[in-house]
Design a protein around this ligand. Structure first.
Ligand code: 3SL
Length: 244
């Protein structure tokens, strides 16, 4: 049986898609969904994604680890930001985090409660996400977080990569999916080189965080797939995972 696969290129376009009955993969390659995978891979119990800095601050006051990013920079007064290097190599076992980012947590909020399952995908966990989507066995929609409701290249490239990883079990059912697949076949041999012309690369380069981009454009370094359960992201476990 073949499932359907659609791609939504920006949260602004989401109202024209049906989410019920589907698995939605939210992607914000630079850097929210890459970093969320790292946080859970480092052993955190959960990440609560929130849309405002105030909400993150309030949970921080209650003893949670609090992470906030706006426009590529750590928000004032926060110990943690949105760089994977804030978390890599740290033991986060049992920690609960609250996190807000410019676009990623906003895209998650748009999909939450409307889809059957909401996962976070990025190049760093591409294969693990593809396995999770296949094992959930439902039509899938990839939601690109973009930048402030605009299309971006890196999230679209990820959608193309995921479409390839899901074929032939999932077949594309929209022109956006065909377009991102074409983009992926052009860029896949030199992802970092391709992304260098993008607006968000230039934004992050001005902040001197090129190494974050290199990390986020590297495939399959992480296994953790964040999945939303009761407003919190936890690491997805397959039904045949004995640790469940
Ligand atoms: O927009 C977001 O959610 C962030 O991932 C942007 S940044 O990479 O931290 O600049």
């Amino acid at each position: 049986m073949s499932f359907g696969l659609e791609v939504c290129l920006s949260p602004a376009l989401l109202p024209s898609y049906t989410l019920a009955g589907k698995t939605v993969v939210v992607t914000d390659v630079l850097r929210a969904t890459s970093t969320m995978s790292v946080i859970l891979q480092q052993g955190a119990e959960c990440i609560v994604p929130v849309t405002t800095v105030e909400e993150a601050r309030n949970l921080g006051k209650k003893g949670w680890l609090a992470a906030a990013e706006r426009n590529g920079q750590k928000a004032e007064g926060f110990h943690y930001g949105n760089s994977p290097f804030d978390y890599l190599g740290h033991n986060l076992i049992g920690c609960k985090l609250v996190m807000t980012t410019t676009n990623g947590t906003r895209a998650l909020a748009a999909a939450a409660n409307a889809a059957d399952h909401v996962l976070c995908g990025a190049f760093v966990n591409l294969h693990a996400v593809a396995d999770a989507v296949k094992s959930l066995g439902k039509d899938c929609l990839v939601l690109c977080a973009g930048w402030k409701d605009n299309f971006n290249i890196e999230d679209s490239l990820f959608a193309g990569a995921l479409a390839k990883a899901l074929a032939p079990d999932f077949s594309l059912r929209c022109d956006a999916g065909l377009a991102v697949s074409g983009l992926w076949s052009i860029a896949q041999d030199d992802l970092f080189g391709y992304i260098k012309a993008s607006s968000h690369f230039n934004r992050l380069e001005r902040l001197h965080i090129e190494e974050d981009v290199r990390f986020c454009m590297t495939l399959n370094s992480q296994q953790a797939v964040p999945v939303l359960e009761n407003d919190a992201l936890i690491a997805w476990k397959s039904s045949n995972d004995s640790t469940r």
